[in-house]
Design a protein around this ligand. Structure first.
Ligand code: ADP
Length: 320
């Protein structure tokens, strides 16, 4: 199947953004524009005092906005400075909107200046503490939305990730095929020999409109788990339509590699109509409710969950 997850203009690398030889690099600045820690400090150090002088003349930048300077001594020609939101300074929705604004405004400035290759850092995910996974979703959505509106504006947009966990998130989203074998190996290692959760299927009401049936259900009913399915939070129902879209990732079907402890492939018969539903229920990231996993298993499940969310997010509008 020839399936395109995302726009080929988008890519990610792990490294130091000050080394990028793009038309522009983006600085995660603060409102003063006078330099700071993290990527801001690194950019000012590498660019030299000329950059600070230019920033001083501009006089500041509001959160979510973007301004442009030369690149000073950097290999990149220009620096586009934007100010990300501080996590918890606003509501989560406002912060996400401001972060979206950052990406939009940077790309608008790049477009106005006819800059074709742009390198972004992971804005707000350092000292501003925006959660990394959420920030990656916001960043990728914003950039793809902009590209959908201006498909010919750019040649390359590179997410330059300084930290391993950020890099993995962008890899998962932009190179999902490359990540699958790594994740699978980790899942197999971490869950090797771990028996499925002891679920008492008789207590599993699932949803009001489902009843359980079949030999798997009977077998599971024999053990003594006292919980209910509702206690596995945010259970993830994988619609059959998604299964076929993900199966191409592996000739055997990636679905077979999810250990029973993480997800259960289950059948449910809808009461009344008798219609058969198939899907995967997936125990997810609500830490307070995760009684099933060790910390190492939790971390693997979390990464797996991120992969599903990011891949699914990219699939939903694969045209842009
Ligand atoms: P913010 O205040 O927006 O959170 P930070 O500079 O603290 O800005 O962090 C933003 C991101 O930039 C973080 O993910 C951090 O790891 C990353 N970062 C730090 N130094 C560099 C660098 N030299 N090149 C690319 N990214 C960097």
């Amino acid at each position: 199947m020839n399936f395109q997850f995302t726009n080929p203009i988008l890519s990610c690398v792990r490294g130091d953004i000050t080394q990028m030889k793009t038309d522009a690099i983006v600085n995660a600045a603060n409102t003063s524009l006078l330099g700071g820690s993290g990527v801001d400090g690194a950019i000012h150090r590498a660019a030299g005092p000329e950059l600070l002088h230019e920033c001083r003349l501009i006089g500041g930048c509001k959160t979510g906005k973007a301004v442009i300077t030369t690149g000073g001594k950097l290999p990149a020609k220009r620096v586009i400075h934007t100010v990300g939101p501080v996590w918890r300074a606003e509501t989560a929705d406002q912060a996400a909107q401001l972060l979206t604004d950052c990406y939009f405004n940077v790309l608008s400035v790049a477009l106005e200046n006819n800059l074709k290759t742009i390198a972004f850092p992971n804005i707000s995910t350092g000292v501003y503490h925006f959660p990394k996974f959420d920030a990656s979703l916001v960043a990728l959505r914003a950039v793809r939305e902009f590209l959908a509106a201006y498909p010919d504006a750019f040649e390359q947009i590179i997410f330059v990730c300084y930290e391993a966990d950020n890099y993995e998130l962008y890899q998962m989203a932009l190179e999902p095929l490359a990540v699958v074998p790594i994740l699978r190996a980790e899942i197999e290692r971490v869950f090797d020999g771990v028996p499925p959760p002891k679920v008492n299927w008789k207590q599993a009401t699932l949803r009001d409109d489902y009843i359980s049936s079949g030999p798997e259900w009977e077998k599971a009913a024999a053990n003594g788990w006292k919980g209910r399915w509702q206690d596995i939070p945010d259970a993830y129902f994988w619609e059959p339509t998604y299964q076929s879209e993900f199966n191409f990732l592996d000739p055997d079907g990636v679905l077979f590699y999810y250990p029973a402890c993480m997800v259960r492939h289950l059948r449910a018969v809808e009461q009344g109509s008798g219609q058969l539903h198939e899907g995967l229920w997936f125990a997810t990231q609500r830490e307070d409710r995760w009684t099933l996993f060790t910390p190492e298993q939790k971390s693997t499940v979390q990464r797996f969950w991120n992969w599903i969310k990011l891949s699914q997010d990219m699939l939903l509008d694969a045209d842009c």
